[in-house]
Design a protein around this ligand. Structure first.
Ligand code: HEC
Length: 104
């Protein structure tokens, strides 16, 4: 019976892993904003740094594609600017830029 118990535990562990794996990939735009270091320079709704512009309403003046470009290649918009480019891509880039676009 010991063996069956172990199998049950292994089964539960495996299903937990399957359940939590997609969450790790679907990181939210707001958590990426903090995790990717954007918050060190930018403020959203009163929280964050002041080296870059306040982004609380950035979505009312910029499109999602403009924001994507700003994240990966900021110098194309601000030649000689001081924002570092990010290596973000795929789902993370999409999540962060659509979050910023939603800030109206
Ligand atoms: C070292 C500071 C710094 C970091 C880190 C940084 N930025 Fe910036 N950002 C700036 C500055 C400064 C500007 C203004 C343009 C310039 O001078 O380059 C800017 C401009 C922007 C703009 C354009 C705002 C507007 O109204 O025109 C957006 C959007 C933006 N940053 C988003 C981000 C995101 C998203 C991240 C994280 C991936 C990030 N920034 C990381 C400093 C930073």
């Amino acid at each position: 019976m010991q063996c069956k118990k172990l199998l049950t535990i292994a089964g539960i562990a495996a299903s937990l892993m399957l359940l939590t794996a997609p969450m790790a990939f679907a990181a939210s735009g707001s958590s990426l904003f903090a995790k990717e270091g954007c918050m060190g320079c930018h403020t959203i709704n009163g929280a964050g740094g002041s080296m870059g512009p306040d982004l609380s309403h950035v979505g009312s003046k910029k499109s999602e594609s403009w924001l994507k470009k700003q994240i990966t290649d900021p110098n194309s918009h601000f030649p000689g600017g001081s924002m570092p480019s990010s290596q973000m891509s795929g789902a993370h880039l999409k999540a962060l830029s659509s979050y910023l676009e939603s800030l109206k």
